[in-house]
Design a binder for this molecule. Structure first.
Ligand code: CMP
Length: 833
């Protein structure tokens, strides 16, 4: 039989077997990779055990094909790595990842370096194998497969940020490990020119270069998407091409890390490409990638396990003791990272504190997967590596993967029980009971009603109802306030989590009705998720924190503002303002709905006391959001107006689109009519998407007019002053001026209130007032603290412009100086007493 046919036969049969394994893994509660590995080892052993296969017909052909199935080292890497990494990048929550990026990158790169070094030196000290080869092995096993830990965390309802941290770490540690692996492989072939110093430099260049290449190519691909609208098949093909091209260009032509480039390309695609896709393409796109990933994963596992089956009979005690050294070193390295490095990160404020027990799960759940296997296989086929070393690396790496799959994976669930992580917290028990009680009530109603319709006796309804939870106490009665036995704090937490969950649902409902964009939904859902995490971690303070954080100006906004003020570059700022504005509008809508939901659904369940506190909290949050909205409208009034109508028009279009889709599905209109409607919609969409011009001038001019000193100035002068002033938004409680500091600017209040703190005295300043002028006039340090009482819009005037203004405008100078004089006298009088 021709070799190609045999290969296809093997792949086809393997895929069939692999598919059968999936449901079994589900039933056993094991990662499917564990069963894949078992399948591979079984097949391999069978083929070897049977010896002469020629008389067995197709089965013999198959088994022979299985054992001879060989791919070159490059084929393994180039064929399988891109789908594994690209899919991981596509499916991670990019926004949460960016929140945690510093921690993730540090953790990934340092963890890989630590693991490589620990394993390398440990093995080199007990064998005669050269250090470089031991380090190579260290790099191979430094990658982790997060699937098992993530599925456990999901089951446990662990904070989502934690899941992101684990997934992100694994994504980048793949990239880092493979970059180090490639580096060491080169070192192996020309050992003379290798030194640790140059290795670090090369690694850094590879890594950064990979990021840049991945970003650039993906950005180009995203630009291309615009031309492919309406052809999902083409859009998806672009991504497949992107993943492979990035890898090949990076690795083979540009001399940077191809893996890092693939990861960067996937993340960039999520950010820039996803919004440009035709509606409804994203889901099939991800599905196709998951399919490719599954195939790559399955083939790698089975092939590697078959190889392992061939090696297993040759394994002796010495090999086993080496494996033991490897296991201990790898665990120790991971423990060092989790218990030594991670606490440093949270002390530095780079990530949230992580519970001891979760860390134990991450430590023991650090399974190794397809990436380790691919690298091991590629070494075992690599002619550059001497034969004995090929064996050494392949045996230990595959042995280690099998160890994690057959020892760690099955013992993970018992470990959870040992750590008592399988038990629900009191808050969660209360939530669960509430849900069950509510559902029992509605189910009872339904069943009784149906029973009555069919003339059944009423007792039947009782027998058909869901079981009551064993440890629930009074949960059966839906009218009783729940958690009466919970402390008020806990009850409040239950309420807050319920509200945040409802908020999450609200955003998703928006998605269903098409009123807000998918991207905005993702953003808002992430906000709701963060609230849930924070409330679980810090209760009511956590809620308040996230409410404050929700309206904080992100760094990208500040950068855009700076670009606009210094370089006159308006586009990025307009985009940021538009995003912020839409986000706040959506938030306002949702929070209003939450107030009603609280009254209607939460209040009766948790009692008046909790209900009222919740109401206060939501209203406080609503005020914060409204203030932030008002601030934008004040500062960019005409722009905000245009945005509001753009937002409405867009929501209208989406709604219309959803209607047409429904009509098509119900066959009320034909595909041709639908396409025609779509192209009309598209034209209108393009017209709407044209951003309204960012007219900072007008908004600013209005703000300046509110300041008393500038009241009487004519338009031309106001415009001139507008160019000197920098708008600044400050938060309640923020200290703007600190007593004793050197003064570099003065501030006019366009909106909000501030407080001047002169010793015990407090002086409130209002819109139209100014402060911070005295230090500039007298060239002395600031003589008081000034802090914001509410959200404030300030107009800052820096010292140089201040002097210019006073020089050019006598009237302004006089009014500023006279007010400063009065203040000085007041101060002196105060000092005298
Ligand atoms: P400066 O000294 O630059 O910084 C602190 C500011 O507080 C000061 O400028 C004034 O703008 C303001 N300030 C000081 N004293 C008074 C006062 N008596 N009434 C109002 N504002 C004051």
């Amino acid at each position: 039989m021709p070799e190609v046919v045999l290969t296809i036969l093997v792949v086809a049969v393997l895929l069939a077997l692999v598919s059968l394994v999936l449901p079994l893994a589900d039933r056993l509660g094991l990662p499917y990779t564990t069963l894949l590995a078992a399948l591979g080892v079984g097949l391999g052993t069978l083929a070897i055990g049977l010896g002469n296969l020629s008389g067995l017909g197709p089965l013999g052909d198959l088994l022979a094909g299985v054992t001879q199935f060989g791919l070159s080292a490059d084929a393994f890497l180039y064929l399988f790595l891109p789908p594994l990494l690209f899919t991981a990048g596509l499916t991670i929550d990019v926004r949460l990842l960016f929140d945690e990026l510093a921690a993730v990158l540090l953790l990934a790169v340092i963890a890989v370096a630590v693991a490589t070094a620990a394993v390398g030196y440990a093995l080199a000290s007990v064998t005669a194998v050269p250090l470089v080869v031991c380090l190579l092995l260290g790099a191979i096993i430094a990658t982790t497969d997060p699937a098992a830990v993530i599925s456990i965390f999901r089951d446990l309802g662990a904070p989502r940020r934690l899941t992101t941290l684990v997934a992100g770490e694994s994504l980048f540690n793949d990239a880092a490990a493979i970059a180090i692996f490639t580096l060491l492989l080169t070192a192996l072939t020309n050992a003379e020119s290798f030194s640790v110093g140059t290795a670090i430099v090369i690694f850094a260049v590879d890594f950064a270069g990979g990021l840049a290449v991945g970003f650039a190519l993906s950005y180009l691909a995203c630009g291309l998407l615009h031309r492919l609208r309406n052809t999902p098949v083409a859009e998806i093909s672009v991504t497949v091409s992107l993943a492979y091209l990035t890898y090949i260009l990076g690795e083979a032509y540009l001399g940077v890390s191809g893996v890092v480039a693939v990861v960067a390309a996937a993340l960039t695609f999520v950010v820039y490409g996803r919004p440009r896709l035709r509606a409804g393409t994203w889901e099939p796109l991800v599905q196709i990638w998951q399919q490719l990933e599954f195939w790559a994963n399955s083939l790698i596992f089975v092939l590697a396990a078959i190889l392992a089956a061939r090696i297993i009979p040759e394994i002796d005690v010495a090999d086993l003791s080496l494996l033991l050294v490897l296991v201990v070193a790898a665990l120790a390295a991971r423990a060092l990272v989790l218990y030594g490095l991670l606490p440093l990160l949270w002390t530095a404020g780079l990530t949230d504190r992580m519970n001891q027990r979760y860390r134990a799960v991450i430590l023991w759940g650090g399974l190794r997967g397809a990436v380790t296997m691919v690298l091991a296989l590629s070494v075992s086929q690599n002619p550059i590596v001497p034969l004995t070393m090929q064996q050494f690396v392949a045996v230990l790496a595959i042995g280690f993967v099998l160890f994690t799959l057959f020892v760690n994976a099955p013992s993970l669930r018992p470990l959870l029980r040992l750590l008592r992580l399988d038990r629900l917290s009191p808050t969660e028990i209360a939530l669960r009971d509430r849900a069950m009680a509510l559902s029992r009530a509605t189910v009872r109603e339904q069943i009784t009603k149906t029973g009555r319709d069919y003339g059944f006796e009423p007792e039947l309804a009782d027998r058909l109802l869901p079981e009551e939870p064993e440890d629930s106490g009074k949960a059966g009665d839906p009218e009783a306030p729940i958690g009466a036995d919970l402390s008020p704090d806990r009850r409040l937490n239950v309420g807050l989590v319920t509200l945040a969950n409802r908020e999450r649902e609200l955003y998703l409902e928006h998605l269903g009705s098409g009123t807000i964009s998918r991207d905005m939904v993702a953003l808002r859902v992430a906000v709701a998720d963060r609230i849930i995490d924070r409330v679980k971690a810090a209760g009511i303070e956590g809620y308040k924190d996230s409410a404050r954080q929700e309206i904080g100006l992100p760094r990208s906004f500040r950068v855009a503002l700076w670009l606009h003020q210094r370089l006159g570059w308006a586009a990025p700022l307009a985009q940021r303002i538009a995003d912020r504005f839409e986000g706040l509008l959506v938030a306002e809508l949702a929070i209003r709905e939450l107030i009603r939901f609280n009254r209607r659904a939460v209040w009766p369940l948790l009692g008046a006391e909790t209900g009222e506190t919740l109401d206060d909290l939501i209203r406080a949050r609503l005020r914060i959001v409204q203030d932030a909205l008002a601030a934008i409208e004040l500062q960019f009034s005409s722009f905000a107006e245009a945005l509001r109508s753009q937002y409405l028009a867009r929501a209208g279009l989406r709604f219309e689109d959803a209607q047409y889709q429904r009509m098509l599905e119900e066959s009320l209109i034909s595909r041709e009519v639908f396409n025609d409607l779509q192209s009309r919609l598209e034209e209108r969409r393009i017209a709407i998407e044209r951003q309204p011009p960012l007219d900072l001038g007008r908004g600013l001019a209005e703000m300046i007019r509110r300041v008393k000193v500038f009241e009487a100035l004519d338009d031309a002068v106001v415009l001139h002053i507008a160019r000197m002033l920098t708008p600044r938004l400050v938060m309640p409680g923020e200290r703007i001026v600190k007593r004793g500091d050197h003064g570099s600017a003065m501030y006019f209040i366009a909106s909000g209130e501030v407080e001047v703190r002169l010793g015990e005295r407090r002086i409130k300043l209002e819109p139209g007032d100014f402060f911070g002028e005295m230090a500039l006039l007298s060239n002395k340090p600031r003589n008081a603290d000034v802090a914001a009482l509410t959200y404030c819009h300030l107009l800052a005037l820096d010292a140089r412009d201040f002097r210019r203004l006073l020089r050019n405008d006598a009237a302004v100078r006089e009014s500023i100086e006279s007010i400063a004089d009065a203040r000085r006298q007041e101060r002196d009088a105060l000092d005298g007493t």
